[in-house]
Design a protein around this ligand. Structure first.
Ligand SMILES: Nc1ncnc2c1ncn2[C@@H]1O[C@H](COP(=O)(O)OP(=O)(O)OP(=O)(O)O)[C@@H](O)[C@H]1O
Ligand SMILES: [Mg+2]
Length: 244
């Protein structure tokens, strides 16, 4: 986390977000803040509302209640890296980035594409067809698309799910570098160990309800993870004790 994170205005303030699909309440009165440069994990069982919450923060879906605010009432863009991405396998890396830069209406698409190729270390792959890249490199392009408008907040839905351990490490190196430059990052994951290792803070969502919002070490303490019960087991116990 950046040094000034504790004193600066939050990069994002989420207040009382609720969303139902018919009778199903997918997100229930969720509130939290994220500071500049902070890395926050959202964990919770299948159907907990992680994707729904992230897509509301990204402005892809509307909430029934609540608000999402950025500092000074700015409407700075929020970057969004969905699980199912829209990049085209038949286009090259650079062509994809150019296409999305134009769709995003960034002011200088060519310069933006160059900057993203540089930032993601994909310069050498610029002219390769996307469909031929490894999963890890494809995921970099997904993230580059999310970062085209240089957003102060980046949201990622299960970014590492399909990656091997080495590609994961590269992904986390890249995301950590982003946070060091001040970008606030929120990611959803089913990998509890990954949340513990990389996140400054963990949000636990179950049946749409925010059950926990604190440091990973605190979750470990509350869930009574120890040498015998690793965090994943302890987490299952934590949810069970709360009726989930
Ligand atoms: N478009 C939709 N229409 C109806 N129900 C929906 C819709 N999107 C999500 N839901 C429901 O809302 C709840 C939350 O779903 P969501 O996809 O947000 O969960 P999730 O935590 O991302 O789950 P997973 O870990 O499986 O990705 C689920 O019960 C889901 O079935
Ligand atoms: Mg999901």
């Amino acid at each position: 986390m950046s040094v000034d994170a504790a004193t600066a205005a939050p990069a994002l303030t989420v207040q009382g977000i609720s969303k139902s699909f018919g009778e199903r309440r997918a997100v229930r009165d969720v509130s939290f803040e994220i500071a500049r440069g902070e890395l926050v994990a959202i964990i919770g069982p299948n159907g907990a509302g992680k994707t729904t919450l992230l897509s509301i923060l990204a402005g892809i879906q509307q909430s029934d209640e609540g608000s999402v605010a950025q500092p000074d009432g700015t409407t700075a863009r929020i970057g969004w890296v969905p699980q199912q991405t829209a990049i085209y396998g038949k286009l090259t890396v650079a062509q994809n980035l150019r296409l999305f830069a134009k769709l995003e209406k960034v002011s200088d698409p060519e310069a933006t594409v160059e900057r993203m190729l540089d930032q993601t270390g994909l310069g050498e792959r610029a002219d390769e067809e996307l469909g031929r890249l490894s999963g890890g490199n494809r995921q970099r392009v997904n993230i580059a698309v999310g970062l085209l408008a240089d957003p102060p907040v980046l949201l990622l839905d299960e970014p590492s799910g399909a990656l091997d351990p080495r590609q994961r490490e590269r992904l986390w190196g890249f995301i950590t570098a982003l946070t060091q430059r001040g970008t606030a990052v929120i990611f959803a994951t089913h990998d509890i160990a990954e949340a513990e290792r990389h996140a400054d803070r963990v949000l636990v969502l179950a049946d749409g309800e925010l059950l926990f919002d604190d440091a990973p070490a605190e979750l470990k303490r509350i869930a009574q993870a120890d040498d015998e019960h690793d965090l994943e087991q302890a987490f299952v116990g934590f949810l069970r004790d709360r009726g989930h």
